[in-house]
Ligand binder design. Structure first.
Ligand code: HEC
Length: 120
């Protein structure tokens, strides 16, 4: 039986790892730490947030400023190149309406920079 004493040690290590894993998961950074409320308010924010955060943080989206046509291209690219499931027409409209209103092209540099359209 002595020969199997190491099993007890293995068990301790495994149990210890299982015990501390949840605590570590809470402190480690993950894109999931973002929530829709962190971003510009507007109709369709939740739908857009959840449609776009399956693969990357929403910050990646929010740091862009584009026209509706460019946002459309961007979504097409996600579908074509990155395997995003295509949105049906209604969802696509909801998402585009939000992105167009919340993240328009930035004002040219030197003229006060980007203006939040919801802060007016
Ligand atoms: C199926 C996975 C997936 C989904 C869903 C997805 N993306 Fe992406 N997206 C990617 C990948 C992969 C990249 C490139 C890698 C990276 O930068 O993380 C990317 C990059 C981007 C970029 C940066 C492009 C650049 O030129 O740097 C933008 C903007 C973007 N996505 C917008 C969106 C928007 C808007 C949505 C929701 C409508 C969305 N993505 C949903 C996979 C996805």
């Amino acid at each position: 039986m002595q020969r199997f004493a190491w099993l007890g040690l293995v068990w301790l290590v495994v149990a210890g790892a299982l015990w501390t894993a949840p605590a570590m998961a809470q402190t480690a950074f993950a894109p999931r730490d973002e929530s829709p409320e962190d971003f510009v308010a507007g109709a369709g924010r939740n739908e857009t947030f959840y449609a776009c955060t399956a693969c990357h943080g929403f910050r990646l989206v929010a740091q862009q400023g584009m026209t509706r046509a460019q946002w459309e291209d961007s979504i097409n690219l996600m579908v074509r190149r990155h395997g995003m499931p295509p949105l049906d027409e209604k969802d696509r409209d909801t998402v585009l309406n939000y992105l167009e209103a919340a993240y328009p092209p930035r004002a040219p540099a030197g003229r006060g920079g980007w203006v939040n359209p919801f802060a007016k």
